[in-house]
Design a protein around this ligand. Structure first.
Ligand SMILES: Nc1ncnc2c1ncn2[C@@H]1O[C@H](COP(=O)(O)OP(=O)(O)OP(=O)(O)O)[C@@H](O)[C@H]1O
Length: 305
């Protein structure tokens, strides 16, 4: 488990992380979302002791990172896949990490196998593609078989096969009861991978809830209706139920009312229905609504028009 209590980081006038208090639990994948500059990397860096909080604290398994005797055996992290010695082979890189943490050398071959780098284990890491570097970073995170894992943008640069592999890996690590905390800008991927989401904007907590709950909270969840008397139904939905109904031909897109009430109203009015279904919002839509006001480097919708 990871515990954040009033976690705050200021760089001069910039408050990168602003009083985050939350728990990231074991046995599930928790996605970490937020616009560029929201403070995700800074938060992760403070959890693994690479940055010192200005105020508050970050605990791993109830203890500050700095007090862990064998840190890599308690928490593994992929923070910057490019932070490698380019002249070292993948194996030498992992061996150096293992040695410093009392991890047996045979574990290096195990993790190289897990991430699919066995065949290139003796090649210099500097010659690796972006995706291979990511895999090596993930191998480093897994090396100490830790209960807590942090991944900052793990699918960055991976091909579709690699993306699927990362998704399955995250899910299986969580199924083993580990704490998996993963940041990403890929909403469709997070929707498939994360059980729970922590969303931040300008360093502040915007949401901390199950993925399904965040999506269900979106105003983009609508009811779609098709009827030869769509105009009549639209009028009644607006006037009697206060719903918002947009019509295109015989199709209505209705928001602000449950599907059951649409069906019952149609029955009462004797309006025939050809189709009646809910259309769920995507995580991307829910995320956009949540973070709309806290995008730091946004461009206007009218840009270039
Ligand atoms: N070492 C530093 N010195 C000064 N400012 C910093 C430093 N590190 C981060 N910041 C600032 O802190 C804020 C948060 O940055 P951070 O990298 O944590 O955001 P992020 O959510 O990870 O963004 P991205 O999605 O773009 O990776 C930004 O305004 C950034 O400019």
């Amino acid at each position: 488990m990871i515990t954040l209590r009033g976690l705050t980081k200021r760089y001069g006038d910039t408050t990168a992380v602003d009083g985050l208090t939350l728990e990231i639990g074991a046995g599930r994948v928790t996605g970490f979302l937020g616009p560029n500059g929201a403070g995700k990397s800074t938060t992760m860096r403070m959890i693994v002791g690479l940055d010192r909080p200005t105020a508050g604290e970050a605990l791993v398994g109830g203890r500050p990172y700095a007090t862990l005797r064998w840190p890599l055996r308690e928490v593994g992290a992929l923070l910057d896949a490019k932070a490698l010695h380019p002249g070292r082979s993948a194996r030498a890189h992992l061996l150096a990490m293992a040695r410093g943490n009392g991890i047996p050398a045979r574990r290096v071959d195990e993790v190289l196998e897990t991430v699919g780098l066995t065949a290139v284990a003796d090649r210099r890491a500097g010659t690796f593609s972006l995706g291979m570097g990511q895999r090596l970073g993930i191998a480093g995170a897994l090396l100490g078989d830790p209960r807590v894992l942090l991944f900052d943008e793990p699918v960055n640069g991976l091909d579709p096969d690699g993306v699927l592999w990362v998704r399955r890996l995250m899910r299986s690590l969580a199924a083993e009861g580990r704490t998996v905390f993963v940041s990403s800008h890929l909403m469709s991927e997070m929707e498939l991978t994360a059980d729970r989401l922590v969303v931040i904007g300008r360093g502040r907590l915007l949401a901390d809830a199950p993925t399904a709950e965040i999506i269900a909270g979106s105003s983009r969840n609508v009811v779609c209706v098709r009827s030869p008397e769509a105009a009549t139904l639209a009028r009644a939905l607006t006037e009697r139920l206060g719903a918002e109904a947009r019509r295109a031909g015989d199709t209505l897109t209705v928001s602000g009312v449950a599907i059951e009430r649409v069906g019952l109203l149609a029955h009462e009015l004797n309006v025939p229905l050809l189709e009646l279904r809910t259309q769920a919002a995507s995580l991307e839509e829910a995320y956009m609504e949540l973070t709309g006001a806290s995008v730091e480097y946004g461009v206007s919708d009218r840009a270039g028009v």
